[in-house]
Design a protein around this ligand. Structure first.
Ligand code: FAD
Length: 473
């Protein structure tokens, strides 16, 4: 049973903790606050967005669609090539319906099982602060001892000639719109070579679209600390493996929906069926009256310290609205820190070690320090993934694993990988870095075999001279 209440009912209650926004930050904070004994209200303005970005138009649908597309692609690549089957045909509508079913399952789980089990009440309506302790929803004024702003973000629309008409006509779509498509365009130009552009580009290309990715910076994944990742991804993966046309150092100067054409800064024009905007997201701070109650907002984002506190006592913020990382993984820990601090604990977010992942195929992951080859303080070791038996057996011998070790202490301080299951292995590397794993300690570890995660230890052994998989150098 849902625990939804009306604004009128909510008015009569003195809430300990009100979270505005039901995404990762708001929902996780609400659950944690309730676990700690607080009386909690979770407000969401859009019933069709309960669960927020990650569940509806972010992590969950991308991974489900990528998973299905992987299987479709592998079938074609191996079974047809081996002469085992004659053809494959994909029902795109059914594929998107499978994604919708998963989203409904996840939302039902939280709305009807998890949140009610902790007594978290839910209110549908747009919230606006009228003072640091009171929130207006419709005609109701709700009083709270602590408020969490967890209003998330929306796709950033680049100011490009013709973009408005492009969006109105459906020729241009944002990543949010993408998940409501029911057919796959024959050709797509993606503006933006960050994580979202790469994941959706991989997906579309596996489903048979001709994909062009245009990135204004000089490489794909420009926010990743190790430039080799984006360069390898562009040349060896997106172009060579998937036939994607990658144009870096290039911007889109015009979108022309009438002629289904896009003009680039190079002067070139590209004929495409659709344009996908993947130029990042911007925090949702409008309409909340943050300035009115004195909350500090900089470049559109709510400023918080590492306790998720804003400059106004009793007002916290977490998730994309803070403009930090814009990852569900970070939204979760920020929200939990806010709830724990509101309950009187002393909880901090450690921003020094945040794994960054792209669910391309093969995957990309990065955590910790990245340095140039000439930095005398560090040793860098890079291992080709084709030495890994699991990678060869699974026909995925692509990419490499790179670690950075601090010369003085012999500790791993950075991990950068393009290869199978990089998204999982990076979490082991995060623990190793956080706990200061040394090369000597790594040598003592026995890993199961053959597994992809051996690449982490084998690359560390490359530094200490104990690696047995590569010829003597
Ligand atoms: C395509 C894509 C793929 C992604 N993949 C990953 C991934 O693999 N891993 C990862 O870690 N991150 C991923 N992300 C990022 C992740 O989805 C976000 O960082 C995360 O969902 C942000 O959570 P949030 O709680 O801050 O905001 P949101 O989830 O956006 O929730 C905010 C909620 O607040 C509501 N709201 C806004 N204003 C008001 C108001 N005034 N009153 C009431 N309600 C309001 C909104 O309707 C929304 O539901 C992805 C994002 C995208 C777009």
């Amino acid at each position: 049973m849902s625990t939804e209440i009306t604004g009128r009912e909510a008015e009569g209650i003195k809430w300990d903790f009100v979270a505005i926004g039901s995404g990762t930050a708001g929902a996780d904070a609400a659950i944690r606050a309730a676990q700690l004994g607080l009386k909690v209200l979770l407000i969401e303005r859009d019933r069709s967005r309960l669960g927020g970005t990650c569940v509806n138009v972010g992590c969950v649908p991308t991974k489900k669609l990528l998973y299905l597309a992987d299987h479709y692609h592998e079938l074609g690549r191996f079974l047809i090539n081996e002469g085992l089957i004659a053809s494959t045909k994909l029902d795109v509508k059914a594929m998107f319906e499978a994604k919708d079913r998963l989203i409904s399952q996840v939302i039902s789980w939280y709305t009807f099982k998890v949140l009610p089990s902790y007594g978290v009440r839910q209110l549908i309506g747009e919230a606006r602060l009228v003072s640091p302790r009171s929130i207006k929803v419709g005609d109701s004024i709700i009083e709270a001892r602590n408020v969490l702003i967890a209003t998330g973000s929306r796709p950033k629309i680049p100011p490009i000639k013709g973009m408005e008409q492009g969006l109105r006509s459906g020729f241009a779509v944002t990543s949010d719109d993408f998940f409501y498509l029911r057919s796959i365009p024959d050709s797509v130009l993606i503006i933006g070579g960050g994580a979202i552009g790469i994941e959706l580009g991989t997906l579309l290309s596996k489903l048979g679209s001709r994909v062009t990715i245009v990135e204004v910076m000089d490489r794909l994944l420009p926010t990743f600390p190790d430039p080799e990742l984006g360069n390898y991804l562009a040349s060896r993966i997106m172009m060579e493996m998937y036939g994607v046309n990658v144009k870096v150092g290039t911007s889109v100067t015009e979108v022309d929906p009438s002629n289904k054409m896009v003009r680039l800064s190079s002067g070139e024009t590209v004929k495409v069926d659709a344009v996908l905007i993947a130029t990042g997201r911007e925090p949702n701070t409008q309409g909340l009256n943050l300035e009115g109650v004195g909350v500090e907002v900089r470049n559109g984002a709510v400023m918080v310290d590492d306790h998720s506190r804003t400059n106004i006592p009793g007002i916290y913020a977490a998730g994309d609205v803070t403009g930090k990382y814009m990852l569900a993984s970070v939204a979760k820990v920020q929200g939990i820190a806010a709830a724990e601090n509101a309950a009187g604990l002393d909880s901090r977010v450690d921003y020094s070690l945040v794994p960054m992942v792209v669910f391309s195929d093969p995957e990309i992951a990065s955590v910790g320090i990245s340095v140039g080859k000439d930095d005398p303080r560090y040793v860098i070791a890079k291992m080709p993934n084709y030495i890994n038996y699991r990678a060869i057996a699974y026909n995925k011998p692509y990419g490499w694993t790179k670690i950075v070790v601090d010369r003085a202490g012999g500790k791993i301080v950075g991990f950068h990988m393009i290869g199978p299951w990089a998204s999982e292995i990076v979490n082991m590397a995060t623990i190793a870095i956080k706990k200061g794993l040394t090369l000597d300690e790594a040598k003592e570890l026995v890993f199961s075999h053959p597994v992809f995660s051996e690449l982490l230890i084998d690359t560390m052994e490359l530094v200490s001279g104990g690696n047995v998989y590569l010829p003597k150098r």
